[in-house]
Design a protein around this ligand. Structure first.
Ligand SMILES: *[C@@H]1O[C@H](CO)[C@@H](O)[C@H](O)[C@H]1NC(C)=O
Ligand SMILES: *[C@@H]1O[C@H](CO)[C@@H](O)[C@H](O)[C@H]1NC(C)=O
Ligand SMILES: *[C@@H]1O[C@H](CO)[C@@H](O)[C@H](O)[C@H]1NC(C)=O
Ligand SMILES: *[C@@H]1O[C@H](CO)[C@@H](O)[C@H](O)[C@H]1NC(C)=O
Ligand SMILES: *[C@@H]1O[C@H](CO)[C@@H](O)[C@H](O)[C@H]1NC(C)=O
Length: 495
């Protein structure tokens, strides 16, 4: 008669253990599905019949017509309706990198992740169809930002802007080349013809970026600044482009290029303080080091510098590291000074998972000094803590992803989400007509599922208000690296 008691006791213990585990875990699969769905809400152009966020409709169907080209498609950047190509291309590069590393783990979401990439690359192909010219933006930011309008009935100027051989813009051209090259790897087996098209274009665009060097500040600064000014210059973008072209082609010339160019820039970089630890749409040095490390962790050659810098990057993040450069809130969220803080948490965490993987493969442990080591699993723990924070493991127990969990932002700073859909309000809403909805104390009318907002302040506080755009606006480059991260943690639950 003892047996059932033992059985029950074991069963009860199991329940307790499981409950603890379940409580500290999130439904990464659900979050992954939603993080990709967000990109459908940001689509510009003619929507396909497969569109799942059906409150969005066709928009901006004449983009490019001022320059006699078709620039329809692509993504609206954030809560506004401008297409800024530098952050957009960086977003695509991250989506592609996530699919390259973790696509196999995505299950049924993979096909949607590939659609999200392709929606971006189809647009980037249009932007680069004329040799020696790269379109860099559609929409006039001041006109756009002065109105609170649905993309579907925008009447603000939709001017298109480009860089070319006379007025170069190396940042946007090199990042566009990186996005096309990275995406060519994603489509290599699923659509070889498309993959070849992307790669051939990437090669040409990189050549343009490298041959005609100059900051896009100096050619189209009046429209990209101060929104997406290049603060950091274009050297990192060139290295990044070359590294992705090497990944996609294995051509020695890109390897050689990275090495030569690295020697040329490294002394200057060493004067730039913590630049090696940056990874975002403007500065992407840490991404270069991690990506290049993949190819040289087996060896033995002068690229050692890249691995050393990737190690420095990792040690700049680890909370216990003596060379830590990043701040953490007391709730455990990474903080960097530039707005929309969650872009840093997702991008840096994505890099940590990738670098963890490369190091695990190479059997390496990073030495951060003072006896602190960064093992591959420690890097994953840090990345996971950020994902968990975003999904609700934080002092406010708030999910920062719209539609995920029971408590998430209701009044995000996003025009389309806050204004009634064409379905319920077919009449045009003009520039100022939106103010009523902007000022409303009510939740947004349309759920922009999967949108991750800028996030809380450094005291872990969050004010759910459309006025507070630094914290309540979603951006494509917050979600870009998050998609791969969620795919990874969906399979790697126990870090
Ligand atoms: C671009 O312009 C901004 C703002 O004026 C400036 O801070 C930055 O240094 C410029 N960047 C380059 C690469 O010229
Ligand atoms: C590699 O770089 C070296 C030094 O600049 C140059 O002489 C050589 O031609 C390059 N090789 C290739 C294949 O590009
Ligand atoms: C590095 O700095 C030197 C001195 O300021 C400058 O002349 C050179 O152009 C810089 N190189 C690059 C690649 O920016
Ligand atoms: C390893 O290093 C050798 C020599 O540096 C290089 O030829 C080879 O391509 C590297 N392997 C990988 C997987 O990158
Ligand atoms: C939150 O935002 C509202 C609207 O802008 C503002 O009135 C309120 O003071 C803010 N609260 C905090 C704590 O910042």
């Amino acid at each position: 008669m003892n047996f059932p008691w033992i059985f029950l006791a074991v069963a009860a213990l199991t329940v307790i253990v499981m409950a603890t585990v379940v409580e500290s875990q999130h439904d990464y699969g659900d979050a992954l599905t939603k993080s990709i769905l967000f990109f459908e809400g940001q689509r510009s152009g003619k929507l396909p019949p497969t569109q799942r966020l059906t409150w969005r409709k066709d928009s901006a169907l004449r983009d490019g017509s001022d320059n006699g080209v078709d620039l329809t498609g692509g993504y609206y950047d954030a809560g506004d309706n401008v297409k800024f190509n530098l952050p957009m291309a960086f977003t695509i590069t991250n989506l592609a990198w996530g699919a390259i590393e973790y696509g196999k783990l995505m299950g049924p979401d993979r096909v949607h992740a590939l659609e999200a990439i392709r929606w971006g690359t189809d647009y980037l192909l249009k932007c680069t169809s004329i040799p020696g010219r790269v379109f860099a933006q559609v929409g006039e930011p001041y006109g756009d930002h002065n109105c609170w309008e649905r993309p579907e009935d925008m009447d603000t100027p939709r001017n298109s802007y480009y860089v070319d051989t006379n007025a170069p813009g190396t940042e946007v051209a090199a990042e566009t080349a990186a996005a096309l090259a990275a995406s060519s790897l994603v489509f290599k087996t699923v659509d070889p013809d498309y993959s070849k098209l992307l790669l051939a274009r990437a090669i040409k665009v990189f050549e343009f970026a490298d041959t005609y060097r100059g900051s896009y500040n100096d050619s189209i600064g009046k429209v990209v600044c101060p929104f997406y000014c290049s603060y950091n210059g274009y050297q990192d973008d060139l290295l990044w482009g070359a590294a992705w072209l090497f990944s996609a082609t294995n051509y020695f010339r890109y390897w050689n290029y990275s090495y030569k160019y690295w020697n040329y820039v490294k002394d200057n970089l060493s004067n730039l303080g913590g630049t090696f630890a940056e990874y975002g749409w403007d500065a992407k040095h840490a991404g270069v080091y991690v990506l290049v490390s993949k190819f040289m962790l087996n060896g033995s050659d002068p690229f050692e510098d890249f691995v050393l810098n990737a190690d420095r990057f990792a040690c700049s993040i680890l909370p216990e590291s003596p060379t830590r450069l990043i701040a953490y809130s007391s709730g455990g969220l990474m903080f960097k000074p530039v707005g929309s803080n969650l872009q840093h948490a997702t991008a840096l965490s994505f890099l940590l998972t990738v670098y963890s993987r490369y190091n695990r493969r190479a059997g390496r442990v990073i030495d951060c000094g003072n006896g602190v080591t960064a093992t591959p699993s420690r890097l994953l723990q840090v990345a996971k803590s950020q994902v968990d924070y975003i999904l609700g493991s934080n002092p406010l127990q708030m999910s920062y992803m719209v539609g995920y969990g029971g408590n998430f932002p209701q009044k995000i700073h996003h025009r389309g989400s806050s204004l009634p859909s064409i379905d319920s309000h077919p009449e045009r809403l003009k520039c100022q007509d939106g103010s009523l909805f902007f000022n409303s104390p009510e939740p947004n009318l349309n759920l922009l599922v999967g949108a991750v907002v800028g996030g809380p302040d450094i005291l872990d506080r969050y004010n759910d208000s459309r006025f507070d755009f630094t914290h309540t606006e979603p951006t494509t480059y917050i979600n870009g690296p998050l998609v791969g991260l969620l795919a990874f943690f969906k399979k790697q639950r126990f870090v």
